[in-house]
Design a protein around this ligand. Sequence first.
Ligand SMILES: Cc1ncc(C[n+]2csc(CCOP(=O)(O)OP(=O)(O)O)c2C)c(N)n1
Ligand SMILES: [Mg+2]
Length: 900
Amino acid sequence: MVQTLEIKPGDALLNGKDVDPTETAEWLESLLYVLQSKGPGRVRQLLSVLHDAAQRAGVELPFSATTPYVNTIPLSKQPIYPGNREIERRIKSIIRWNAMAMVTRANKEFPGIGGHISTFASSATLYEVAYNHFFRGHGDDYSGDQIYLQGHASPGAYARAFLEGRLTEQQLENFRRELAPGGGLSSYPHPWLMPHFWEFPTVSMGLAPIMAIYQARFNKYLTDRGIKDTRGQHVWAFLGDGECDEPETLGAITLASRENLDNLIFVINCNLQRLDGPVRGNGKIIQELEGIFRGAGWNVIKVIWGHDWDHLLERDDKGLLVKRMGEVVDGQYQKYVVSGGDYIRKDFFGKYPELLEMVSHLSDETLEKMRRGGHDPEKVYAAYKAAIESDRPTVILAKTIKGYGLGEAGEGRNVTHNQKKLNEEELREFRTRFGIPISDEEVVKAPFYKPPEDSPEMKYLHERRKALNGYVPQRNAGPIKTEVPSLQEYLDDNTITGSGDKEWSTTMGFVRFFTKLLRDKKVGRNIVPIVPDESRTFGMEGLFRQIGIYSHAGQLYEPVDAKQVAYYKEAKDGQLLEEGITEAGSMSSFIAAGTAYASHGINMIPFFIYYSMFGFQRIGDLIWAACDARAKGFLLGGTAGRTTLNGEGLQHQDGHSLLLSSAFPTVRSYDPAYAYETTVIILEGMKRLYQDGEDGIYYITLENENYVQPAMPEGVVEGIIKGMYKISSREVEKGRPRVQLLGSGAILRMVLQAQEILADKYNIASDVWSVTSYTELRREALACRRWNMLHPAETPRKSYLENVIEGATGPFIAASDYVRQVPEQIDAWLPGGLFALGTDGFGRSELRETLRRHFEVDAECITLGALWRLAQEGQFEMDQVNKAVKDLGIDPEKINPMTA
Ligand SMILES: Cc1ncc(C[n+]2csc(CCOP(=O)(O)OP(=O)(O)O)c2C)c(N)n1
Ligand SMILES: [Mg+2]
């Protein structure tokens, strides 16, 4: 967008230190002459030449990332507003009223139920202009915009959908009471809870902006790969100014400019306030954000002043008004909101006599009412239009008033964020101010108001949305079905037939299988591999060449390793998303790909492969958002396990991601020990997600310890999927004790070794079980238990876990590379309970064997655990256990790993 250079000959004289005002004036005159005769392009060229020449001559030039504190789009460049301003104002007023009434009624009936009035009050114009003129609906062809609405402005979206006939009065009545008869409305945007309405979860501050950036990039990816033409679609993210302090909000903005995401628009509602008070009381949030975004290469459009300021700015020959606008800090601007016109005259204009004179013809009331840009539809429209036409990502910084229209009830007050209801007097005032046709008697009940269907307002509302391809927000909830390969088709895969005498890690097994899957005719093209700079760690660099690394620009250089087979190949149609070191960005890509079925009508299948320690712990909130968004796909936690990762230490060795993942309701977690288990889980997962249409995310650990990967035994598929199956039994003399040993991941092999020691050294029989998922076993067992509790008169249901261990005798001992709580999830269903060994405590850099002894999960410690449990049950002598401690070489006084 071309910006106009608005200067007047007097400007330079402002500077009191000007050593030669006449010379300055001459330069300025020349500049104006060039501007008028040859246009802004030539002005830019000349300035750039002068700038370079001065720099080369050693002149230190001042750096300014910001522009003056005025609207970026001057009046002269403002387009004509295409809509009916009066009808739009009336619609907006009704929506304002209903949004406020929704929160007020809910809190009058149920004090403390919460909700927000003041946020939407500040952003109503920002939304309404977009609803009437910009937001494109999905239509049947999924061609619409993707819109991330500010989470706690949700009453506004509900109030509009009510007018549109998409929500009932009863639903509005039940705001924040989702379980009420007749249905309710979720507090914030949650696709999980309102799958036909909300598209993107946004209320955890900072996640919407990063998700939106990667969404916009993913849209380009779909286009560049020839999968879907997304060029008409825009991604809109509405944010709060306070929200910009979250690291995720600004952390990925350079990706947007680097990748030239001209399809991305941020609208930041700069009401200068957050929850407790001003965002930057002593500074200016708009200027701060402008500097940051300009520095990052974005197109920045400031919408600061409403049209009532235009005529003053036009008369501001000396630039004094602009100077004053720039001097005042946000805390003081907030003060003006709660003050009368006399105070504004004195404090704002009174600083310079010329300014006082400038407004002498205006009444106090007029000064008080002069609007901020974010409340002026024409200014907002101009900004949106420029954003849509921009060839860069655009951020609109719109200055607004928090609690706009609430008057004494909260407008601009520090407490306004928490204002949950209006009293009778305040309701009356609100009604009058916005001209809602509700009588004095009725108004105290804060009734919802909907004009008749044949009223001009309702007709206009529907017409506009029809012209824009349908209502928003709206989520296409029906699953898209894709035929996926069956296990049958992969029975000859190495991961199923075994590695022979070769030693592989489960990571290598996965990469082999995955490489094949990427070539699969049914799903290969839809797979989206995502890696945050760890491909080599996982031995995946072969994929660089095979599928290419996605880059919109292609490859503009000759890669240093061009002669190698697995060279670093970047390509415009590359399939791999190599995100660099950003787990948060990678997860955002996962969400965009994993929800493509709803926002683009295509099943894309993300596989996000990362260092397991930096997953659930570091970006758990984004994974939570992914679940809420009903994203589907596969998370693969590499280098998993506290003792299996050699050397790395405390911040790398993951012994608790499986504990964390167990709390995510739709994440199905697995800790496979063998490559065939991983393959079975992934093929089953693809069937359930993309063929059967279930919502869910698979989390699968991948280890880096090499060992022989056996062939898949007969009859284990169901067990692998449901969570456990018997893998080995060792018999000894009849009448001897027996134990049940549970192992998973790399520690299964320790358990199998313990089985040998127990038999050979202590004459004890055992069964070894490979437990692929304690969480899945527990969930199913809990579901049965719950059903039994609720149906006491009926034949009790028996869980898979109970069925599979039926007849198993002896104490149960489990060992895993995770904290004990992971195996202990199934404790309640095992006769005699479960004795779990695990890796509670901090990891440290050491050898695998040493670590396993340290955490007491090696074969000897598992053996000891089994003997001790048998002795406790009276099946083995405690004396013998005492002897075993010594025989097994275990130091009974070793440090306690749990706290060491
Ligand atoms: C990660 C996170 N931390 C805290 C909150 C709680 N919270 C909700 S709204 C809010 C203030 C928001 O201020 P701002 O972003 O300026 O939005 P405004 O309401 O002013 O438009 C806070 C702290 C949250 N939702 N998410
Ligand atoms: Mg704010």
